[in-house]
Write a protein that binds this ligand. Structure first.
Ligand SMILES: NC(=O)c1ccc[n+]([C@@H]2O[C@H](COP(=O)([O-])OP(=O)(O)OC[C@H]3O[C@@H](n4cnc5c(N)ncnc54)[C@H](O)[C@@H]3O)[C@@H](O)[C@H]2O)c1
Length: 368
């Protein structure tokens, strides 16, 4: 059987250091009969040499448009905007299936080039479960940012620039140090604690030294009584990690915060779910997404009351590029190993069917 080629492209999005293939998963693919081409990329958390050492062929940065058309191209984030036709098969997050801004022009490029898109967000197993997602490290990094913001606030400061950490231990140690050596004594509440993000948030709090009793872990059962919830006001850091699928009562409101006045322990809300512009956002206390350079936004809590800030960064796993890539790529590996059988393997067949459906919608909207 001939070897299956796969081309790892560079990432062009600012701050993006993660990668869809890691040296570890590349090696496994090579052992299974793949030829892996890797674009040189200084932005990527893994060195080019790490890929070369496991047998990948290094190619020029951003050279995928000239790659032989039969080689599938894998990457993570959207391609830079352009009208150029796309003749290849692309495996990536394209953010164009839910009518996001510019969705039809992205798909139009595939139509013009007769290319195919397998969107990573919609690669699912036979039970409809996503094969790979970045949630765990989003929760982990979100909880870390929350603890850092809490430490800054306690010393009368505002949390400054957040930068990617080389690894999980470095992040945990930095948070512990900011909290004077340990997070013991801090109290946290995680809602959506049974999900991917929620589990990551709970693990970070454990690793920085919170007592297990001081990490309240809520999921559907605990919120069934309906918000707003006084319990949120009684912790230092609240991390929202729910997957919002239908309207629910608010978890926290501005009125509740003003009424609590001085009697509020809560100092930081981390909205990992980031349903910021969703009309059913259960946290209607803020309305912008925050960034690595300005991680927090203050909430209007009324004069004389203790400050409260929100972190609503929508690309948190970027803070832990190494572990986040490793986990995502490992979860994706079984599906990638099926790539040579993509005409029959359900994960790929279903993803292609969805692409064809969305492509047809775009062709109509664009009048092609
Ligand atoms: N900010 C970021 O960088 C980032 C990164 C990845 C994911 N996310 C977002 O985080 C959210 C969660 O993702 P996930 O992968 O962890 O999802 P998930 O499906 O693994 O987990 C969601 C959890 O929320 C719980 N839940 C849903 N509604 C609830 C409610 N009303 N009350 C209590 N619990 C409730 C579910 O039971 C589940 O345990 C998604 O909206 C996702 O888009 C954000």
């Amino acid at each position: 059987m001939s070897r299956q080629p796969l081309w790892l492209r560079c990432e062009k999005k600012e701050f993006e250091r993660r990668s869809a293939l890691t040296p570890t998963t590349s090696k496994k693919l090579i052992d299974a009969g793949f030829d892996i081409y890797v674009e040189r990329d200084e932005q990527r958390i893994f060195d080019d040499a790490e890929y070369e050492a496991v047998g990948c062929t290094l190619v020029e940065n951003n050279s995928w448009p000239k790659a032989p058309v039969e080689i599938p191209i894998i990457g993570l984030k959207e391609l830079p905007e352009s009208d150029e036709p796309l003749p290849h098969t692309h495996i990536q997050f394209a953010h164009c299936y839910k009518h996001q801004a510019g969705w039809s022009s992205v798909l139009a490029r595939f139509h013009k080039g007769s290319g195919t898109l397998y969107d990573l967000e919609f690669l699912a197993d036979a039970n409809g479960r996503r094969v790979a997602a970045f949630g765990y490290h989003a929760g982990f990094a979100g909880a870390a940012a929350g603890a850092l913001a809490c430490a800054a606030q306690k010393s009368g400061k505002t949390l400054g620039l957040l930068e990617p950490y080389p690894n999980e231990d470095a992040m945990v140690n930095a948070v512990k140090q900011a909290l004077g050596g340990s997070g013991k004594g801090l109290k946290a509440l995680v809602i959506g604690a049974l999900g991917r993000c929620g589990r990551g948030a709970v693990d970070l709090f454990r690793k920085i030294g919170l007592d297990d009793d001081d990490i309240l872990k809520w999921d559907m059962a605990e919120t069934a009584k309906g918000g707003p919830f006084q319990e949120i006001l009684d912790v230092d850091v609240f991390v929202n990690c729910i997957y919002l699928s239908s309207p629910i009562p608010h978890f926290l409101t501005r009125e509740q915060l003003r009424e609590a006045g001085q009697h509020r322990r809560l100092s930081v809300v981390v909205d990992v779910s980031c349903d910021t512009t969703n009309p059913h956002n259960p946290l209607p206390i803020y309305n912008i997404n925050t960034t690595f350079s300005h991680p927090t936004v203050p909430v209007d809590v009324g004069p004389g009351n203790p400050p409260l800030s929100v972190i609503s960064i929508d690309h948190l796993p970027t803070l832990l590029p190494r572990e986040a890539s490793e986990q995502f790529s490992t979860d994706l590996l079984p599906s990638l190993l099926e790539l040579p059988n993509r005409q029959t393997a359900p994960t790929w067949v279903n993803a292609e069917q969805l692409f064809r459906k969305k492509l047809a919608e775009a062709v109509e909207v664009e009048g092609l």
